[in-house]
Design a protein around this ligand. Structure first.
Ligand code: BG6
Length: 515
């Protein structure tokens, strides 16, 4: 008699309760000595190692234009992990990782260096059992992407079939400079890698609180009936930073706030807030829904009224005097680069018709905070004396992406006493209180997904292009409308952006939330 086995629930490929460990592989980091690698990537690799999530047969290979050996890179990486890791630094974990840290010196136009890299990848298969698998992380200026991709094509190192394993590429944002350059980059990447092996990083999607938007909306019954234009007045998405541009002038002067943050992080947050329920959380199903939203966003018709750009002037932050943007190192004294951008967008669908989405981002604002505030319509009738509801605002659901990860629901409540006075109160959910485990860093989650080949948290080519379709006309307008000699409106460091941003909402009879 044949035995009947009960189906094993852990065999369900969607069951994620068991830790998933990638196959043996090499992670090649181009630009391994840069800011991103030191602050985010290397600490994330250490955290994964510390959590036991890296496979035996894992190699971290740094590639950069430094005359270094393996040991030099290892000590810089160690320092980076010590400083930036989320989890406790343990010498034994580092010792094991350190044995698999390699460095290859070279510049991007150096054929010899890339020939060495190709050879080294083959050797690592034999010495470290990496099985032909490699992920290439382009932690380099966007202008260098084409050269590096061409080198990978020339040496055949991007080719899965000759490697005998998988070859994947991770491309940092901004992906292109505008729609045209993004399309060209997409074409180039597609000639070198197969579509499923391309991972375009938007690290906001790796944040636990951003993924929680999906849980909030699609695991609960509470919100769906009111998640539409009948009940929602407007949505405000804010990504504020207190830091200036730090040491990134070369990058930032070419980029500005709209390309750096609005085109990617903020539009992705908007897409997750506005999208319909996906059939599943598979990469394809999720992207399909985001694409529908991004495709339905139209740039503002009245650009003068509904786009604002600003640049920080000198001011005070946390008791310290800080420089103006134009005084920062390597910034042109007459720079026209915006460090603040705000826009009003609409999603032209039945669910969202007429609901403004106000997006803003800026540097040198009073504090670091990212949030999505869904503001509900006011009750059509209030059976109270006018004086009783003077302190009643609109109901709000605020998703706090960072730093106080959680959610707030604001609504009116009776003030104790003999009057029927109603005032706003807040109900709070805090990650730190509700859960004992701490959230992985965004890069930790996303690096692991790359090594596992799971692309669901990575925007695809179409999303990137649709996002540029929203941003390009705004950038064009800013370039062509030279009201202040092409300069953004100045705002004092430590304030919530330029006056124009407040006027933009005042025009609609609204005001920004003070997060
Ligand atoms: C990056 C931008 O994508 O995000 C930076 O290039 C910005 O300018 C950073 O500082 C902010 O990330 P986070 O995770 O600290 O909000």
């Amino acid at each position: 008699m044949s035995q009947v086995h009960a189906p094993n629930p852990l065999r369900d490929p969607r069951d994620r309760r068991l830790p998933r460990i990638p196959e043996p592989c090499v992670l090649v980091v181009f630009g391994a000595t840069g800011d991103l690698a030191r602050k985010k990537l290397i600490p994330a690799v250490y955290d994964l190692a510390n959590r036991g999530l890296l496979p035996p047969g894992f190699v971290l290979l740094g590639f950069a234009r430094r005359d270094w050996g393996d040991g030099d890179f290892e000590s810089v990486a160690k320092e980076a992990a010590r400083k930036g890791a989320r989890t406790e630094f343990r010498d034994d974990v580092w010792q094991r990782l350190a044995e698999a840290i390699k460095f290859l010196p070279g510049s991007f136009d150096d054929d010899g260096a890339f020939d060495n890299l190709a050879r080294m990848l083959t050797e690592l298969d034999a010495t470290h059992g990496t099985q032909g698998n490699a992920a290439f992380y382009l932690s380099i200026p966007p202008s260098a992407f084409p050269t590096v991709l061409q080198q990978m094509a020339r040496t055949g190192m991007a080719d899965n079939s000759t490697a005998g394993g998988w070859r994947r590429v991770v491309v940092e944002k901004p992906f292109g400079h505008d729609l045209e350059s993004a399309k060209e980059l997409n074409r180039l990447v597609d000639t070198v890698f197969t579509a499923q092996d391309v991972f375009r990083i938007d690290h906001y999607l790796g944040k636990e609180t951003v993924q929680n938007l999906l849980a909030l909306r699609f695991a609960n019954t509470l919100w769906e009936p009111i998640w539409n234009a009948h009940h929602i007045d407007s949505v405000q998405i804010t990504m504020a930073e207190d830091v200036g541009i730090e040491s990134r002038a070369a990058f930032y002067e070419q980029t500005g706030a709209a390309r750096d943050v609005l085109q990617n992080h903020l539009l992705q947050l908007m897409a997750l807030t506005a999208m319909e329920e996906p059939a599943s959380f598979d990469a394809e199903a999720l992207r399909a829904e985001k694409i529908k939203v991004l495709g339905a966003i139209k740039p503002p018709r009245d650009m003068a009224a509904y786009t604002v750009r600003g640049q920080y002037d000198q001011g005070w932050l946390a008791g310290q005097r800080v420089k103006a943007y134009r005084e920062e190192k390597d910034v042109a004294p007459d720079s026209k680069t915006e460090t603040f951008a705000a826009v009003r967008l609409e999603v032209e669908t039945r669910r969202w018709a007429g609901v403004p989405f106000y997006l803003r981002t800026g540097k040198r604002l009073p504090r670091r905070v990212t949030e999505i505030a869904v503001i509900f319509r006011k009750a059509p009738h209030l059976p109270f004396a006018k004086t009783d509801t003077e302190e009643l605002g609109a109901n709000q659901l605020v998703v706090r992406v960072q730093p106080d990860e959680g959610m707030t629901l604001r609504f009116g409540s009776k003030v104790p006493g003999s009057q029927m006075e109603v005032r706003d109160v807040a109900m709070d959910f805090l990650y730190g209180e509700a859960f004992t485990e701490s959230s992985p860093e965004a890069y930790e989650r996303l690096l692991l997904d790359v090594l596992l080949g799971d692309g669901s948290l990575f925007p695809d080519a179409r999303e990137v292009e649709d996002s540029w379709r929203v941003i390009d006309p705004i950038e064009d307008y800013w370039r062509d409308h030279d009201d202040r000699g092409g300069r953004p409106e100045l705002y004092r460091a430590g304030e919530w952006g330029p006056k124009g941003a407040d006027m933009m909402l005042a025009r609609d009879g609204r005001s920004w939330r003070r997060p």
